[in-house]
Design a protein around this ligand. Structure first.
Ligand SMILES: *[C@@H]1O[C@H](CO)[C@@H](O)[C@H](O)[C@H]1NC(C)=O
Ligand SMILES: *[C@@H]1O[C@H](CO)[C@@H](O)[C@H](O)[C@H]1NC(C)=O
Ligand SMILES: *[C@@H]1O[C@H](CO)[C@@H](O)[C@H](O)[C@H]1NC(C)=O
Length: 764
């Protein structure tokens, strides 16, 4: 039954995905100041409560970085935490790879109390924990082999500290198959507590994160495990949330030193018309604003599907309120005979403070730990579905726009190496920008969002990267600022800049709801950037136009022509316009971008004839001055140009190359503000090398042509001789045609052949 439903789901494929990111910032873009601190295998990150220090767990080391200045990462202190040669040797003796598995990878790094950090590392496949004295930044005592984090550097675990006690979820054996959820460093003489091993409470869990609800004394763990309540041929993975009570001390006779509060529930994340997204990748806890009830805490989860393709993911949001409701509802227990999970009635289950309850109740707790209902996401489905991107991490924040309306921003790390900034607009979310974080695919292990600092920190195999949450200054005009639909940015009318909102906005223009954006900004008739281009006749010209956004539609206009005929102009997908300089095509061009009803001129060009000393004045449509070729090609910035008119980096070619070449270097990032004149125009940059190969090809073609003509003539000659007929005038035409072509080609190597053919002709 389930199988057939599943099949049906798989067959129904829906397109419902996000539109492309509005703007893209590549790694080397000058617009977005992404800073990196290079460090091998960054695994854990946390920001000090005053946001001035970033603590980093990496390979064989723990560091503190000074982040008091936004976007700048400088090292403060470092403790080395490396296994000894003997320990590494032991690790490799156990069949583990010395380089890959045997260093010490820090799994957990967190503040335990006001004076100490707690750390746990894989430590040559023999996990160890340690304390770090914050005052001296030194390791106090490497505490020995307590198995509070996984042996494998690649297995995920979770740890958090609350009131000086440590709560962990990890595997505790070499193979990584024995899961454990426990409390350590228990205070006031109460015992440390862990999972009951009477029943298998967890089945191959992959822990993702944990979160504390200190107001209600509960800890929640998020993970994916095998769902043995389902009968399915394939092992079915199920995303879950589990709870324990922070102050649980275990039962007196039954469940001694074991959780009496452990319970688990399934999480649902199912996009419409698609298979359920059943693998939880990451879960971000968004605390409610100061003063709100903790039940308003939100959990943002990234889910992928066990079945669907490689690049698909969804984000579902859960409320703490819904989670607590499910845990205080009905439970199921495993029926020993039928091996099925059947509903039970037990009012006490899932509550805190059961330690002194009767044996009967504790027996019920022991066997009934799975809730009857699942936790449904807000609005019963994902807030975002992407068919193209496989996200691995999420961070969320809420912000107030200039008009006081609240918006949710998501920062999603895609496996492709891009960070997507998404605003959850109604009815459809939008990726307002993407930022490239790294070029080589690599493991992202930790993401920290600081809305106070306006920075997102990402920990990867290569280091820590700091990305600003907003890049308002990258939007140079009012319309670009408004079109960005970034709740964090607004156009300041008094200062004429796109600026980050500060909270006391008087004169900013911001319009976040989609639709026609006309008349939002003051009338802007600016000609955009102005550039001048000098060209020779018949020269190939390429005018570039940088698309201000991926959603903008570009159009070109000419001062004289109504429309630009396709016979004369080539438009490339990158927005550039190519044509051959002629009397008709000289003049002024402007490139206009249109988006959401808003038009603006991006760039304007004036294409002029280049003054040349030897020129006898421009002859529209005449044959080329062939002798120009050798003098112009090798030195693009020819000496014949006056300093006032430096030559554009173009080449005059006898036969123009009109093909749009995507590998021509694109416009540089630096753009001067209008109105400024630039003559170093980005027009057809044909490297001398390309020119040479082009001439080579021309020679080959010409030679072939000449050979063909020869063959035709020989054939004709012999036929004629044989027939001895008086049809001589007929084959004079091709001869003339051919010789004319040869002339215009001006290829020296052709000379002899040409002579040969004329000789042949004369012979007639
Ligand atoms: C940025 O990097 C891309 C590829 O990584 C490259 O093609 C481009 O030329 C670079 N741009 C600049 C301005 O360095
Ligand atoms: C913090 O924890 C460490 C390690 O357990 C302990 O030595 C230290 O006394 C604690 N400090 C405070 C202020 O509780
Ligand atoms: C450590 O970094 C290397 C690349 O620098 C990567 O191949 C490896 O998977 C990383 N190991 C872990 C445990 O993240």
């Amino acid at each position: 039954m389930f199988g057939s439903v599943l099949l049906l789901c798989l067959l129904l494929s829906s397109s419902g995905s996000l539109p492309p990111p509005r703007r893209s910032f590549l790694l080397n873009s000058s617009h977005i100041p992404v800073r990196s601190f290079r460090l091998q295998n960054v695994t854990t990150l946390f920001l000090s409560s005053d946001s001035s220090t970033l603590y980093v767990g990496a390979r064989d080391a723990i560091l503190s970085l000074d982040v008091s200045q936004a976007e700048i990462l400088t090292q403060k202190q470092e403790v080395s935490w490396r296994p000894t040669a003997k320990e590494t040797e032991d690790c490799s003796m156990k069949g583990k790879n010395r380089e890959v598995d045997c260093p010490n990878f820090v799994h957990a790094l967190l503040p335990l109390n006001s004076t100490h950090l707690y750390a746990c590392g894989s430590y040559a496949y023999s996990p160890q924990d340690a304390f770090i004295d914050l005052l001296t930044f030194s390791m106090v005592n490497a505490n020995g082999h307590w198995r509070r984090c996984p042996y494998s550097p690649f297995q995920r675990s979770s740890a958090l500290a609350l009131d000086g006690e440590l709560f962990t979820a990890t595997t505790t054996d070499f193979k990584g198959t024995k899961p454990q959820i426990s409390r350590h460093f228990s205070r006031d003489g109460r015992p440390d507590v862990s999972l009951d091993n009477f029943a298998s409470l967890l089945d191959e869990p992959a822990f993702v994160s944990s979160s504390a609800d200190s107001a209600n004394g509960k800890i929640y763990y998020f993970f994916t495990e095998s769902g043995n309540e389902f009968r399915f041929e394939e092992k079915l993975r199920i995303p879950r949330v589990a709870q324990v009570c922070k102050d649980d001390v275990g039962g007196r006779r039954i469940l001694q030193k074991k959780w009496t509060s452990f319970a688990k529930a399934s999480l649902l994340c199912r996009p419409p018309n698609r298979p359920p997204h059943n693998v939880l990748r990451d879960m971000f806890t968004l605390q409610p604003p100061e003063g709100s009830d903790s039940s308003e805490t939100l959990f943002y989860g990234v889910f992928t599907s066990q079945w669907s393709g490689q690049s698909e993911s969804a984000v579902c949001v859960f409320t703490l309120q819904d989670i607590t409701t499910v845990f205080s509802g009905n439970y199921r227990k495993l029926d020993k005979n039928s091996q099925r999970w059947i509903p039970t009635s037990g009012r006490q289950l899932g509550k805190c403070g059961l330690a002194s309850s009767s044996d009967a109740i504790l027996e019920a707790v022991r066997s009934s730990f799975l809730t009857d209902s699942s936790v449904k996401p807000v609005r019963n489905g994902p807030v975002l579905v992407s068919a193209e991107h496989r996200y691995s991490h999420v961070a969320a924040m809420k912000t107030r726009a200039a008009n006081g309306e609240e918006f949710t921003l998501l920062f999603l790390v895609a496996e492709s190496g891009f960070l997507h900034k998404v605003v959850l607009f109604e009815p459809e979310p939008q990726i307002i920008e993407e930022v490239q974080l790294f070029t080589e695919p690599q493991l992202v292990r930790s993401v920290v969002l600081s809305s106070v600092k306006g920075i997102l920190y990402v920990g990867t195999s290569e280091g820590v990267t700091a990305v600003p949450l907003a890049t308002c200054s990258a939007h140079r005009t009012c319309s670009q600022c408004v079109l960005s639909r970034d709740p964090l940015c607004g156009w300041s009318q008094s200062r004429s800049v796109c600026t980050a909102l500060s909270g006391s906005e008087e004169d900013v223009i911001q319009k976040l709801e989609s639709g026609n954006e006309e008349k939002v900004c003051p009338e802007d008739r600016s000609p955009g950037e102005i550039r001048e281009v000098s060209v020779g006749l018949n020269q190939a010209v390429r005018l570039e136009c940088e698309r201000p956004s991926n959603l903008a539609v570009l159009s070109w206009t000419h001062s004289q022509m109504e429309s630009l005929p396709q016979t004369l102009f080539i438009r490339s997908p990158d927005g550039s316009l190519s044509f051959l300089a002629s009397a008709q095509t000289l003049g002024s061009y402007s490139c206009e971008a249109e988006e959401a009803g808003l038009k603006e001129v991006v760039v304007s060009y004036t294409v002029l004839l280049k003054p040349t000393p030897r020129s006898i004045g421009p002859h529209p449509g005449v044959e080329k001055d062939f002798e120009d070729i050798p003098t112009e090609t090798p030195t693009p910035e020819g000496s014949e140009n006056t300093p006032d008119h430096p030559a554009p980096e173009t080449t005059a070619t006898a036969v123009p190359r009109m093909k749009a070449s995507p590998d021509v270097p694109t416009a540089s990032e630096s753009k001067t503000n209008p109105p400024s004149f630039r003559t170093d125009s980005q027009i057809s940059l044909e490297a001398p090398q390309a020119e040479r190969s082009y001439l080579g090809a021309l020679q080959v073609v010409s030679v072939l042509l000449a050979v063909c003509i020869c063959v035709i003539f020989m054939g004709a000659f012999f036929t004629l001789r044989q027939r001895k007929a008086g049809l001589r005038s007929c084959h004079l035409l091709p001869v003339k045609d051919g010789s004319k072509k040869d002339n215009s080609m001006e290829i020296s190597s052709l000379g002899s052949r040409k002579e040969a053919s004329t000789e042949l002709n004369d012979g007639e």
